[in-house]
Design a protein around this ligand. Structure first.
Ligand SMILES: Cc1cc2nc3c(=O)[nH]c(=O)nc-3n(C[C@H](O)[C@H](O)[C@H](O)COP(=O)(O)O)c2cc1C
Length: 195
């Protein structure tokens, strides 16, 4: 599954980078199928007053209104559970992930479905999944003075780990706004991909 978060379509560096990862995965796994989850188009709603209550109820105890409200969350959870490999393309916005991607996270981090507190401590329920992060930014965050200010990548690693996904690899197209680096940033990012 490719989860996208840039509204820029073909122009998007994060999507170009993710597509390079996917091309290589498709060579490795020729029988695999690809689904796309465009979080910008999906426009997952912000959690409203119904979600916190309904999220705590077993499916069978939800009212029809609660079930309707959770429809897109339930679907997003199913898509995530069904995916063996997840490529997430991330446009860095304000030193973090785009809100469209955060909204998807708020729809898939579900007690009893993707994590559990049943034993008293949190346990991720998603096992044996691989995630690739494809991050695009104007600045450079893999190293150097701005490294501490990429709040998106550590957050994604944490929240994926919270759901049980610990096998996470990051690729970047970075420095696309810095003269002297920008001229080769896309090429360098694409060439770094080796899955
Ligand atoms: C609203 C907005 C906020 C941005 N914030 C940052 C930022 O905090 N740091 C950074 O290095 N680049 C930032 N950028 C630049 C984008 O990360 C860069 O253009 C990147 O290529 C976007 O990903 P995309 O090409 O997949 O759309 C921002 C761009 C926009 C439109």
């Amino acid at each position: 599954m490719h989860v996208t978060s840039s509204p820029r379509g073909e122009e998007s560096n994060s999507i170009k980078l993710a597509n390079r990862i996917i091309d290589q995965l498709q060579v490795r796994y020729p029988d695999s199928s690809l689904s796309i989850n465009n979080t910008v188009e999906k426009n997952y709603i912000h959690l409203n007053e119904i979600h916190p209550v309904a999220y705590r109820l077993p499916d069978a105890e939800q009212t029809p209104k609660q079930r309707d409200t959770l429809y897109s969350s339930d679907l997003a959870v199913r898509e995530l559970i069904d995916a063996d490999i997840i490529v997430i393309s991330i446009a860095m916005y304000n030193f973090n992930i785009p809100s469209a991607l955060k909204a998807w996270i708020d729809h898939v981090v579900r007690a009893g479905k993707t994590f559990s507190y049943a034993t008293g401590k949190p346990e991720g329920l998603l096992k044996d999944k691989k995630v690739y992060l494809a991050i695009a930014s104007s600045g450079v965050y893999s190293d150097g003075p701005m490294k501490p200010f990429d709040f998106g990548e550590p957050y994604l690693r944490f929240i994926l780990g919270f759901m049980g996904i610990t096998d996470v690899t990051t690729y970047r197209v970075e420095g696309a706004g810095i003269p002297g680096i920008m001229e080769h940033s896309l090429e360098k990012g694409l060439e770094s991909v080796a899955v």
